[in-house]
Ligand binder design. Structure first.
Ligand code: SF4
Length: 441
């Protein structure tokens, strides 16, 4: 049997990280070995993202760099996976012949066989760009990048069709997994050492809407079931959609101390006109009211958001409403981005695009406002003690471990590597906008 080595690179969201873990586990169970670095790999697997043009350009440029080496030795071959592959897989495989396998998220189950065949017979595999699921990989990854944390997908795809978003076209329609499958997988992960589980979906709050007689409230009951698993220390979930987030989710969070009080609630714009044109299905006032209800129910919670500046037709007044919303709601953190037209979405063909320089200016201004808010919120935590799950070495320096509070704040502490995976109390002794410095107590 020939030795087969692979290496995985993930660009993009937690869904890709999770798919990467699943593929890694499947390949290892088939006798593949994970190479120490890409230089020793027969296959380099790219999980790519389509949400922004820049992420696609970066992936294309990184994949292009392998051409020189491949032309000399026919190694490594590339597997081009993820949302970008669903969009432009076959075109890229024609451009870069070193791409031997390409498949979007719906076809990832076909990839292990395709990689085997590519090495053994040289056969190429170009999956169609459809979103109907084909093939499968056992859902619980057999190996995880981080042994202390695990992801469990609760639903695939999305039915919201926000005007700027490519996800429904590349990940397909919304489809919830059966609750017993989700809970069973989470239970197996806990038995296997996971202390923290994150429930994943493009819109987790819509969980179960697609079941017969499906309606609101199914996610709350799933959350209740998962958080009841013996030995599970922390449960998180992402991503929430304001129009599907129901108050019974807050009731379960209040009752279950192991559900982390940390909610990512993308607002996307601060102006009702822009929200309407984005097809977000809520108004600014409804969003503000939801944030107030969350804070009333869970006073220690952290709330993060996502916001796009420069959506087509966004005026200076619309933009200033986004700034005002940030100042009013004081999010713990915000993932902001300049609008990036994605071909095939309704917003991309609009004639009233905001010029790129103006989008960039708005982004800088909004980020400046948010940075100061995050800095002040984090500074207010200095002197307090939090339980932190220490989980991996920090890239910020030798001897530092990185961990997270229940509210998902990053804390860096000086601690030995053997402590990774432990829950420890840490007193915050320093802060910046993006992370905290702590000492073990
Ligand atoms: S909710 Fe909107 S932004 Fe989020 S994945 Fe679905 S379509 Fe995209």
């Amino acid at each position: 049997m020939i030795e087969k080595n692979f290496s995985i690179r993930v660009i993009g969201c937690q869904m890709n990280v999770h798919d990467g873990d699943k593929l890694r586990g499947e390949l290892l169970s088939r006798g593949w070995r994970e190479a120490d670095d890409e230089n020793g790999a027969d296959f380099v697997v790219f999980f790519t993202c389509s949400v922004r043009e820049r992420a696609e350009q970066k992936a294309a440029s990184e994949m292009g760099k392998f051409g020189k080496k491949w032309k000399k030795s026919r190694r490594p071959c590339l597997a081009f996976l993820g949302c970008m592959a669903a969009r432009v897989g076959s075109a890229m495989a024609r451009k870069f012949p070193w791409i031997a396998v390409t498949a979007g998220p719906a076809h990832i189950g076909l990839v292990p066989d395709a990689m085997d065949r590519a090495l053994e017979t040289g056969e190429k595999f170009i999956a169609g760009s459809g979103t109907d699921v084909a093939g499968s990989i056992s859902c619980a990854p057999k190996s995880r990048g981080n042994p202390h944390k695990a992801y469990v997908t609760v639903a695939n795809g999305c039915d919201q069709f926000c005007a700027y978003c490519i996800v429904p076209y590349v990940r397909g329609r919304f489809a919830s997994r059966a609750p017993e499958d989700v809970i069973g997988e989470a239970r197996a992960l806990v038995r296997n050492g996971a202390a923290e589980i994150t429930l994943l979906g493009q819109n987790v709050d819509a969980y179960g809407k697609d079941f017969d007689g499906g309606g609101r409230g199914r996610f709350a009951s799933l959350l209740d079931g998962v958080s009841s698993i013996d030995g599970l220390r922390r449960v998180r979930f992402a991503t929430s959609h304001p129009s599907d987030f129901t108050d019974d989710i807050l009731d379960v969070m209040r009752d279950r101390p192991n559900i982390c009080p940390s909610i990512n609630l993308p607002v996307q714009a601060g102006s009702d006109r822009v929200l309407r044109e984005m097809n977000r299905r809520y108004t600014k006032d409804e969003y503000v009211s939801l944030v107030r209800r969350i804070r009333a129910a869970l006073p220690e919670s952290s709330i993060t958001t996502d916001l796009i500046v420069g959506f087509p037709g966004e005026t200076e007044e619309d933009f200033e409403e986004s700034v005002a919303l940030f100042e009013e709601l004081r999010f713990d953190l915000a993932h902001t981005a300049a609008y990036s037209p994605r071909e095939g979405t309704p917003a991309a063909s609009r004639a009233d695009q905001v010029p790129p320089a103006e989008r960039a200016r708005r982004l800088v201004k909004l980020n400046g406002v948010q940075t100061e808010i995050s800095r002040k919120i984090n500074a207010s935590m200095v002197g307090r003690t939090y339980e932190v799950l220490l989980d991996e070495p920090s890239p910020k320096g030798e001897g530092l471990l990185q961990g997270r509070t229940a509210t998902d704040k990053v804390v860096l502490v000086r601690a030995p590597l053997e402590m990774a995976g432990a829950f420890r109390a840490a007193r915050v002794i320093g802060s910046g906008p993006w992370c905290l410095e702590g000492e073990l107590v």
